[in-house]
Ligand binder design. Structure first.
Ligand code: HEM
Length: 582
């Protein structure tokens, strides 16, 4: 009898334990054979493995096992146990098995920490070759280079992680993800909201099941309509940004090293307009007072983002003790919450004062609409705001930063965008005008391909799935290094080069159409893809038009890369030079 690893079953159990997914009723661990949609070459005589028995012979302390039945794996399919992965991690994971309640994400977090340890060991000639990513942020590639396209990282208690990157493999995960896909990430934010603040929901980015569906539906219309509704406001905010660049430019026409913050301020001002229908003054030409509301939001968003990065990418010690990163996360998320809740309460009072809401229906902001929705509590609305202010704003800032960077390094492309700007109609612009700027749109797409702000996507596998002829049980935590697929030569010729033309010619057609959408996924895929994609693309395009109309952009300090971690950031200061155009 072939041996079947119980790890798949355990990862489902871990998911149940961390209360992330209500799989209790629907997911008897790994019970069904792979569906026909997933595997079409199942031979008639499958090998039957009694998972219950396997579990009994290897009891795990303190974990209550979910009911699991026999599972069948076709003979020509390799078992989950056969999926290659580093033994070193297997040993490290064993060292940690005495810790009572570590989750699957521990493995993902440990992975990043181990990479750093590898760097340390390398100095002493130990383990380094495999574990060190030596400053190379594309460290996932190292695993794929050693183990092939499907890699399994053994986690404590079987909270395993499977790493993928190829579009054809990602497509299998996404095609079978169902109507309520589960994303499992940012454990620290979830702990903050559910345990520390004792909120009912963890926010749209982190929630699952029907609670997620409700919030998702309630955001659909406000986000869609915000593109046209706030276009003029965003246009004004972009003008303010241009004014601000003039105010902070030095005698060499260079931006300060803190220019990344200026871009973030622009994102936050747009965010306040779209969500609260309010001006905050982030781009005040005289600068921000650190004690003002926008000054405090900026500082807290920066510190909270930093703390989340630190909490997520290390051993998740903050689950047991108060680490400095955890304390910073709590302090700064509390701070954003306390400032924004003031404005949400004001919006609530304003709604109460209106005797008849009907005549005002078109004026309602996104937060008004959430507050008027009976299914959504005010605290749920706050989590929506916080997700958008931290994740959405950072993602947009990263996209602007890298688009400017790529254009500054490709003067020919920059010139073509400027020519396109010159052809724009001499009237007030609209979102539709921006969509027609095919070259600019290609530049945005190309820049996001090279430096996606969220380079690693993740899902809890919704179905037993055969990937690369390996059986991967449902409930497994899958990390998709989407940015690596975007950099593969077989999908994109001269993959590391900024070549917007590739999106305009037939070139990308070389890649099978079906796989194309999985080869670069800066906004994710499927029902859980970015809900504000159109808004974000419009904001980025409009700001670029305003800047390149006025300036030629240069960057004189070598190469900038992206940290390529969840909530990625540029690895160098962005002190662009903005020369006035003649
Ligand atoms: C260029 C900027 C942006 C990029 C590249 C981006 C990218 C992403 C990605 C990769 C995801 C996860 C998708 C998945 O797992 O399949 C996501 C989710 C999300 N994004 Fe964005 N995002 C951007 C801007 C924004 C902005 C400005 C907002 C809010 C105004 C926003 C709101 C959301 C929300 C609410 C989700 C969660 C969707 C769900 O799970 O229901 N994003 N985004």
């Amino acid at each position: 009898m072939r041996q079947f690893s119980i790890n798949g079953a355990r990862s489902v159990i871990k998911i149940l334990q961390i209360n992330r997914v209500n799989y209790a009723t629907e997911a008897k661990a790994a019970e069904a054979p792979p569906t026909a949609a997933v595997v079409d070459d199942i031979p008639p005589t499958p090998v039957i493995i009694d998972v219950k028995k396997a579990v009994e012979t290897k009891p795990i302390p303190k974990i209550k096992l979910a009911a699991v039945d026999a599972i069948s794996i076709p003979k020509n399919i390799s078992s989950f146990d056969a999926v290659p992965g580093p033994n070193t991690l297997r040993i490290i994971s064993k060292m940690w098995t005495y810790v009572p309640s570590l989750s699957t994400e521990f493995t993902a977090g440990a992975l990043f920490q181990v990479m750093n340890l590898g760097k340390f060991f390398e100095e002493y000639g130990l383990l380094g070759n495999l574990l060190s990513w030596g400053g190379n942020t594309r460290f996932f590639q190292k695993f794929f280079n050693v183990y092939g396209p499907v890699v399994r990282l053994h986690g404590p208690f079987g909270g395993d992680v499977v790493l993928l990157s190829r579009p054809e493999h990602a497509s299998l995960v996404f095609k079978n993800e169902g109507k309520q896909p589960v994303r499992a990430c940012l454990d620290s934010v979830e702990k903050y909201r559910l345990e520390h603040r004792r909120l009912r929901q963890a926010g749209p980015f982190l929630m699952s099941g029907s609670a997620w569906e409700k919030i998702h539906e309630s955001l659909e219309q406000p986000l869609k309509s915000s593109v046209d509704k706030y276009f003029k406001t965003i246009d004004n905010i972009c003008d303010q940004f241009v004014e601000r660049t003039l105010a902070i430019r030095n005698l060499q026409d260079e931006m300060p090293k803190t220019f990344k913050d200026e871009i973030l301020k622009w994102c936050l001002e747009c965010m306040c307009a779209v969500t609260l229908n309010r001006k905050f003054g982030f781009l005040d030409p005289t600068g921000l007072s650190p004690t003002s509301d926008p000054g405090r939001i900026l500082d807290s968003v920066n510190c909270a983002t930093d703390a989340i990065r630190k909490c997520e990418f290390g051993f998740h010690i903050w689950k047991f003790i108060d680490t400095p990163s955890w304390r910073s996360l709590v302090k700064n998320c509390d701070s954003i919450d306390s400032i924004l809740s003031k404005y949400v309460e004001r919006a609530q009072s304003a709604l109460r004062e209106k005797k008849d809401l009907k005549p005002h229906i078109n004026d309602f902001s996104m937060i008004d609409r959430l507050l008027l929705n009976e299914d959504i509590l005010i605290e749920d609305a706050m989590t929506v705001l916080l997700d958008m202010f931290i994740i959405g704003a950072n993602a947009t800032a990263h996209s602007v930063a890298f688009l400017l960077y790529h254009l500054s390094k490709s003067p020919k492309c920059q010139k073509k965008v400027q020519e396109e700007i010159a052809r724009l109609p001499q009237r007030e612009l609209s979102a539709a005008d921006l969509k027609k700027m095919t070259y600019l749109q290609a530049c945005i797409k190309e820049s996001l391909r090279l430096a996606p702000p969220i380079p690693i996507l993740n899902r809890i596998l919704a179905e037993n799935t055969v990937i690369h002829k390996y059986f991967i049980p449902k409930g497994t935590y899958v990390l998709i290094a989407a940015h690596l697929a975007s950099l593969r030569e077989e999908y994109f010729e001269d993959a590391h080069k900024f070549r917007p033309e590739r999106w305009l010619s037939q070139e990308v057609g070389v890649l099978a159409k079906e796989l194309q959408e999985f080869a670069t996924m800066p906004f994710g895929h499927g029902p859980r893809s970015c809900q504000a994609r159109e808004l974000a693309e419009t904001e980025v395009a409009l700001l670029t038009v305003k800047l390149l109309k006025k300036f030629n952009v240069e960057y004189n300090y070598g190469e900038v890369s992206s940290s390529n971690l969840m909530l990625a950031s540029p690895t160098k200061p962005l002190n662009f030079t903005f020369f006035d155009r003649q």
